[in-house]
Design a protein around this ligand. Structure first.
Ligand code: NAG
Length: 489
């Protein structure tokens, strides 16, 4: 970005800690001592000095980019149309910044099942994450409405489960309307590998999510024998939760999931693999005599315990491959799997309970960090999930619950914003829903306690939004201070 747009030469590689001089105005020194992902950036007359660990240097450069003027003739590297590089002189503010993140896990989740985002859009999403120092991309790859990753051993996943015959467009009284257009898409394994590499080069680990045992209607469409009924099933065309889930009595369900995870683990070097676990309706399990027999045979208390049995069995497999699982907070309900990390989404309760049980937690509460909820009066916003979540509420989120002791708080490894895409058909709408709320999240994730300040955040906002504007990134223009919408719910 700096080289292309400003003729600002970076050394070919960081000078070593032994102090080898670099050939340009910028001196970069890699150190292993300081804080993880931290850096020191100094800009003074004719000289830029940057020091940190590998990730820290990368983030120091992001900060440096932010010190450069936002100029409408200058397009960032993500833009496909190459603009003329900058040729004039420029002035950077003199600074000395010592900086490091508050949380090791600074994530964003994108749901590509309800709507599919092609590889180029995923890369642009990653580019924006980089600018604001996020380091985990949670890729929600499967759901009732579409399976989105090529699995060589089960070709019907990409052939059948990746496409729904149409999509709901509205509800009126008792009638539902559909668009009548088939909708689908999936990432080939080559595309996945390319994206994983692209992210890794930008200090972002991709955590893949394969949903189980619920949110699996697309799987059942391709492999009906994995369900509890005879079907037939179809890739879901409406939003909401499916009653049709995977059948734990059928051993080939576990074989299938293990085979899928084996390919997934080969593709994603991430230590953590997300196995879903949310919203598994228990209707089919309650109705099924064979499932009931299984519950009795295993001496389990109820269907929740059966779900835990399911997850624990999958955890053993994932652990045997040297990886660990993350699951949505429902995995607490029938007893936690031994080494599981819990993603607390139904508010903070799940995260609090998990931390008390000495399990690692990622906080992603829908009360603060669900970016599919509206940013203003729902009546004046584009159609989306009914809940209301304005910028200020997001900004003021504090991830460490005061009800936890200091020791328990250490299990909270970080935060993540979730973007579910039922009502987000394309990148334009995605960016609108993300920004500026994801900027607020980046401060929650990065800034040290006590350093956040909403008024200062709002003062800096126009500069960041103009940066996005020049980059062609959509965003929602926040209401003027004091005129934020007051929503009565
Ligand atoms: C939840 C579902 C998700 C859905 C979203 C909409 C989780 C973990 N599960 O009901 O599938 O898209 O909310 O806000 O969030």
């Amino acid at each position: 970005y700096l080289q292309r747009n400003y003729n600002f030469k970076l050394p070919a590689s960081p000078a070593t800690a032994s102090g080898q001089a670099s050939n340009s105005i910028i001196k970069i020194v890699e150190t292993r001592s300081g804080k993880a992902e931290g850096y020191i950036l100094e800009v003074n007359t004719g000289r830029v000095y940057l020091q940190g660990d590998a990730a820290g240097l990368f983030y120091g450069l992001q900060t440096l980019i932010q010190l450069f003027p936002v100029n409408k003739n200058i397009k960032p590297a993500t833009d496909t149309v190459r603009q003329t590089p900058y040729n004039g002189s420029l002035h950077l503010p003199g600074v000395k910044i010592q900086d490091y993140p508050r949380f090791a896990y600074r994530g964003m989740m994108l749901d590509v099942s309800r709507h599919f985002f092609p590889p180029a859009a995923i890369k642009e999403f990653i580019d924006m994450m980089v600018l604001y120092k996020f380091n985990r991309f949670h890729w929600h790859l499967t759901d009732d409405q579409g399976w989105r990753i090529e699995i060589k051993k089960y070709p019907r996943l990409q052939e059948i489960a990746s496409t729904r015959k149409e999509t709901i467009v509205g509800h009126h009284r008792r009638s539902t309307t559909y668009d009548g257009k088939p909708y689908g898409g999936y990432y080939t394994q080559d595309e996945v590998r390319d994206i994983v590499k692209y992210a890794a080069e930008r200090n972002i680990t991709i955590i893949p999510e394969i949903e189980m045992p619920g949110h699996s209607q697309a799987v059942l469409t391709a492999y009906p024998s994995f369900g509890n009924t005879k079907g037939p099933y179809e890739v879901r065309t409406t939003w909401g939760i499916s009653k049709d889930v995977l059948n734990p009595v059928n051993d080939s369900v576990f074989t299938f999931l293990q085979d899928v995870l084996t390919e997934v683990i080969d593709l994603f070097p991430s230590q953590f693999i997300h196995i879903g676990g949310d919203e598994c309706l228990k209707d089919r399990w309650k109705e099924s005599a064979e499932v009931q027999r299984m519950i009795r045979r295993l001496g389990l208390k109820d269907e929740h315990a059966l779900q835990s049995y399911f997850i624990q069995r999958m955890e053993k497999f994932v652990n045997s491959k040297g990886r660990s699982i993350i699951g949505w907070d429902e995995i607490l309900e029938g007893g936690l799997a031994a080494n599981a990390t819990v993603m607390s989404w139904r508010g903070e309760e799940g995260g609090i309970a998990a931390a008390k049980q000495q399990h690692n937690v990622i906080m992603t509460p829908n009360t603060y960090l669900y970016f599919d909820y509206t940013q203003g009066q729902p009546s004046t916003e584009p159609l989306n999930a009914a809940a209301y979540l304005p910028l200020k509420t997001v900004y003021n989120y504090e991830p460490l619950p005061p009800s936890l002791t200091r020791t328990e708080q250490r299990y909270i490894k970080g935060v993540q914003g979730n973007i579910w895409t039922e009502f987000i058909p394309d990148q334009q709408m995605l960016d609108y829903m993300l920004w500026p709320r994801a900027l607020a999240l980046s401060e929650i994730a990065w800034a040290q306690p006590g350093k956040k300040n909403y008024d200062r955040f709002l003062r800096k906002l126009p500069l960041e939004l103009s940066r996005m504007s020049y980059a062609g990134i959509n965003f929602r223009i926040p209401e003027p201070i004091g005129l934020e919408s007051k929503v009565v719910t």
